[in-house]
Design a protein around this ligand. Structure first.
Ligand SMILES: [Zn+2]
Length: 155
């Protein structure tokens, strides 16, 4: 059953109670019931987890919640299992023009070494986010190379 966030009205995505419990600060985590929770993915809404009118806000969560952060914020966590953030991809892409991080994480997933259920606030694998960030950053870095010639025409 799809639930909507009581704060912003956005449709939530499912998350296990055990994930929510792992993500919350001490004592708040004791308020998590054995029920189905939903995640509000709206970046501008302060609600992270909800069940009906019961909500847990960003301040209740013990890690920075990447889907509530501005894309330009740094550090910007992507892989909560191994600590890779956008800033790490950025530095590798700047230095080498490519990054082996997505493949390396994919290998960890294949080996069953990941702990996304308990470490990622979404309770899901980070690979989609990592690949999206590689695309976004590569595009931006390519754009930067072209900027000086384009910029000269201005003023
Ligand atoms: Zn919301």
């Amino acid at each position: 059953m799809e639930e909507v966030c009581p704060e912003c009205g956005e449709e939530g995505i499912d998350v296990e109670a055990s994930t929510v419990r792992h993500m919350l600060e001490p004592f708040v985590n004791q308020d998590v019931e054995e029920t189905e929770y939903s995640i509000c993915m709206d970046r501008d809404c302060s609600v992270v987890y909800f069940d009906g009118d019961r909500v847990f806000q960003e301040g209740d969560v013990c890690v920075p919640v990447n889907f509530k952060m501005e894309p330009d914020e740094r550090p910007f966590p992507l892989c909560y299992c191994y600590g890779y953030g956008k800033e790490d991809l950025e530095s590798e892409l700047t230095k080498r023009g490519e990054t082996g991080v997505p493949d390396w994480i994919a290998q960890r997933v294949r080996n069953g070494e990941c702990a996304c259920t308990y470490k990622n606030p979404k309770g899901r694998c980070c690979l989609g986010d990592v690949n999206a960030a590689v695309g976004e950053l590569s595009e931006r870095l390519r754009g930067k190379d072209q900027e000086p010639s384009g910029g000269e025409h201005c003023c």
